[in-house]
Design a protein around this ligand. Structure first.
Ligand code: TXA
Ligand code: MG
Length: 351
């Protein structure tokens, strides 16, 4: 039972409101919870050094307690308060991509409560680029642990309305700062050991990390696009949970363009009793006449699909579709992050 009064505070990222930011920072320092926009998705933040505040995040989201949180910072100097050791590769990644959509995992320092890291000896740190997030973090002066601001298992929120739907009455404040531009969560890269390993793909791609660290210095966790099994356990605890699940049943539609169009048309014909939603690029949808479609931009410009993916999953639920057919895209660059989220939303079911 939650009885928290949720204050909704609207802000313009081009014209920051210092008074509103101060109030939000006070809530964080006082042990409260604040949802705020970042350039990837909205986050639900609390003081990372306050174990009791961290518990409120897990409660509000219904998040399993063995899934660690990312710690957000506003100044480079805070890294050394949080990490016991920062490897040369971790340092290079931070310098190259911060502020920005990448979380760097390093050996954890003593000050971080075990609630944040779910008992691991490492911690993920990120300096976000969104002007509101960055200003709030600087104003708060404490590191802020923040998972995505959705109910656990639902698609991550990319607009404040999604946060309001999921967390009203469960958190102290929600900052409405418009759309999250990237739309998929940050790249998570483990740079605590000898070789850097990407545990979750995002807008900072494998290719970009390799450019900074060297071709043979960055690997991709093999569990990312595959279903986890005894032999293939994802290294990031969060990757094992059901994710991005709309109410409808999701299928990823693979093959070349022609095959995808044919599969989608046949599925609709074969299931007259089902309300079928189709999510795809103009390249596919221009060949299909159907009522329940959501356009995802063009194949040659996948950043639009990334930015609108989670919203589309939520919008299909509002349309009340039974099934969502999602067009598979090439799994390179940002397409890799898109496929990772789609395959998870589909529970690895392909057509
Ligand atoms: O873009 C983002 O990263 C957003 C915004 C708010 O910053 N945050 C976010 O947090 O997506 P969350 O908690 O929804 O996802 C964090 C992921 C989880 O899969 C978690 O298991 C993993 O990062 N993770 C966190 N700390 C880790 C660690 N020390 N070792 C391995 N994986 C870790
Ligand atoms: Mg999440």
């Amino acid at each position: 039972m939650f009885l928290v009064k949720t204050v909704i505070s609207s802000m313009n990222k081009e014209e920051l409101d210092r008074d509103k930011l101060k109030k939000a920072a006070e809530v964080l320092r006082g042990g409260g919870t604040v949802a705020f926009p970042t350039e990837t998705v909205y986050g639900l933040g609390a003081n990372a050094l306050d174990g009791a505040a961290i518990k409120k995040i897990f409660q509000a989201k219904g998040r399993p307690s063995d899934n660690p949180l990312i710690v957000h910072i506003g100044e480079m100097s805070q890294v050394h308060e949080l990490a016991a050791y920062v490897s040369p590769s971790a340092k290079k990644l931070m310098e190259a991509f911060w502020p920005g959509p990448i979380t760097v995992i390093v050996k954890k320092g003593q000050r971080i409560p075990c609630e944040v890291t779910a008992g691991l000896d490492t911690v993920g740190i990120r300096m976000p680029a969104h002007p509101i997030a960055l200003a709030l973090l600087k104003e708060a002066k404490v590191p802020v642990a923040a998972p995505s601001a959705n109910t656990s298992g639902k698609p991550s929120p990319t607009v404040a309305d999604h946060v309001i739907e999921d967390l009203t009455g469960r958190v102290d404040m929600i900052i409405d700062g418009g759309n999250a531009e990237v739309g998929v969560e940050s790249t998570v890269i483990d740079a605590s050991g000898d070789e850097a390993v990407i545990l979750r793909p995002g807008a900072i791609t494998l290719e970009m990390c390799r450019e900074v660290l060297g071709e043979d210095q960055v690997a991709m966790d093999p569990g990312i696009l595959k279903e986890s099994s005894k032999d293939l356990k994802p290294k990031s605890p969060g990757m094992k949970y059901t994710h991005y699940s709309p109410k409808a049943h999701v299928y990823v539609v693979g093959g070349n363009e022609e095959k995808q169009i044919e599969t989608m048309k046949n599925y609709i014909l074969d299931h007259p009793d089902l309300k079928v939603g189709i999510m795809g690029t103009k390249d596919i949808l221009s060949h299909i006449q159907h009522d329940y479609t959501i356009h995802m931009g063009e194949r040659k410009e996948l950043s639009y699909m990334a930015a609108n993916l989670f919203k589309a999953l939520r919008d299909f639920d509002k349309m009340g579709v039974d099934v969502i057919l999602a067009e598979a895209v090439e799994d390179r660059e940002i397409g890799f992050a898109i496929m990772n989220r789609l395959v998870k939303a589909a529970g690895h079911q392909y057509l």
